[in-house]
Write a protein that binds this ligand. Structure first.
Ligand code: DAH
Length: 379
């Protein structure tokens, strides 16, 4: 056996039973800068060409054999190590979590979840519409004529450039989204209320099906004080069917408000009012009592306005594609932030949107406490 063969046998033997640490030592001793195999490679320079032709391939062969054996051994050891770790490091996913979850559900989100839960029980689906709305859906289709004060610059945010409606599958009748029926450029607005979702829901239903939806979401008006913020939240309700009356409206609102405030002694008062999109229209007050100097919903010591409502105006039915001689409907609109303030006792609306972690911690809800009718919607 030549020296080279002997060296190869010895090296492969020590590689064969090395652990990872030992393997590295063998590698350095053989292939490192001053390793034995590296040393042999260096001798090639001093050989005659004939000798090199014979020795070169032998020494290279030795180097390759050793490097290959080391790589194979290392891969094998690492795989075995991983298998051992995978077998020992088990994690029991069924064990309870001991750290409390960080973060809370904002009262507005909480109330929206409560509304969805309450109305789902009454057979209502949740509908949505774009926050950047066209003039037609936000005003015209809702029977709000161009001269109506709601259109005035002081409370509507207009977008500078007229543009196409966003996100709506139901563009206004002119179709192109840029011009109204008379060919005038159409202005886009930040929707001033959730009522345009009524029109979108009617158009989507095609004019021949009953509708029961609520549409919670963001709305915008240029207004700011302790009870108004430029962005606020509303929920719209819409029922379209045959034979719908004011009685259905009143029962629905009563059932909703009793469930929402979780009290059976909630009393409603419907006051005749005016909205362009309903006829007749009613503002709805809810009775409160004074307990320890504070207003508490329930009883009838005083009245607080909570929402606007009415029977859907025939013009609105027509704009939505329904025949008002065949179909009737009721609608209501309600400020969500105000509902949250009344139920959970906050008195400054602006704090809702400050993002102050202390406020959120205090008024926020546990993330896993999903409101359910059985468990209590305000739990
Ligand atoms: N859109 C009205 C507002 O923002 C609220 C409202 C009133 C909505 C009466 C309705 C309704 O659907 O019937 O002030």
């Amino acid at each position: 056996m030549t020296d080279l063969d002997q060296m190869k046998t010895d090296l492969l033997a020590s590689i064969g039973d090395a652990d990872l640490v030992r393997l590295e030592a063998v590698r350095v001793a053989a292939l490192g800068k001053s390793g034995s195999v590296t040393g042999l490679l260096k001798t090639l320079g001093g050989m005659s060409p004939e000798q090199r032709q014979v020795e070169g391939p032998r020494i290279q062969g030795l180097r390759e054999a050793v490097a290959g054996a080391i790589a194979a051994r290392r891969a094998m050891l690492e795989r075995a190590d991983l298998d051992r770790r995978l077998a020992s490091e088990t994690l029991d996913m069924t064990l309870p979590v001991d750290a409390a979850p960080m973060g809370t559900i904002h009262p507005v989100s909480q109330v929206m979840d409560e509304l969805a839960e309450i109305f789902a029980d009454l057979g209502f689906a949740v509908a949505t519409g774009p926050e950047i709305e066209d003039d037609w859906h936000n005003f015209t289709a809702l029977n709000i004529p161009e001269t109506h004060p709601a259109r005035a610059m002081h409370d509507t945010f207009y977008l500078k450039e007229p543009r196409a409606a966003e996100g709506g599958q139901n563009p206004p009748p002119d179709g192109d989204g840029f011009a109204d029926a008379a060919g005038r450029a159409k202005h886009m607005v930040l929707r001033t209320h959730t009522s345009p979702v009524q029109i979108r829901a009617m158009q989507a239903a095609g004019g021949d099906k009953p509708i029961r939806i609520i549409a919670p979401g963001r709305t915008y008006r240029s207004d700011s004080d302790a009870t108004h913020t430029p962005m606020f939240h509303q929920v719209e309700g819409l029922v379209i069917d045959k034979g719908i009356t004011l009685g259905h409206l009143k029962w629905t609102l009563e059932t909703f408000l009793k469930a929402f405030f979780e009290r059976d002694d909630v009393v409603l008062r419907l006051r005749p009012s005016y909205f362009p999109f309903t006829e007749p229209s009613a503002e709805v007050d809810v009775g409160f009592s004074i307990v320890n100097g504070k207003r508490v919903i329930g009883g009838a010591e005083g009245w607080m306005e909570v929402l606007g409502s009415g029977m859907v105006h025939p013009e609105v039915m027509i704009a939505g594609g329904y025949d008002p001689d065949e179909w009737q409907g009721f609608a209501f609109g309600c400020g969500i932030d105000r509902l949250a303030m009344l139920k959970y006792g906050m008195d400054d609306l602006r704090a809702f949107f400050d993002g102050d972690v202390r406020w959120l911690k205090h008024y926020g809800f546990a993330a896993l406490d999903v409101p359910t009718l059985s468990g209590g919607v305000g739990a």
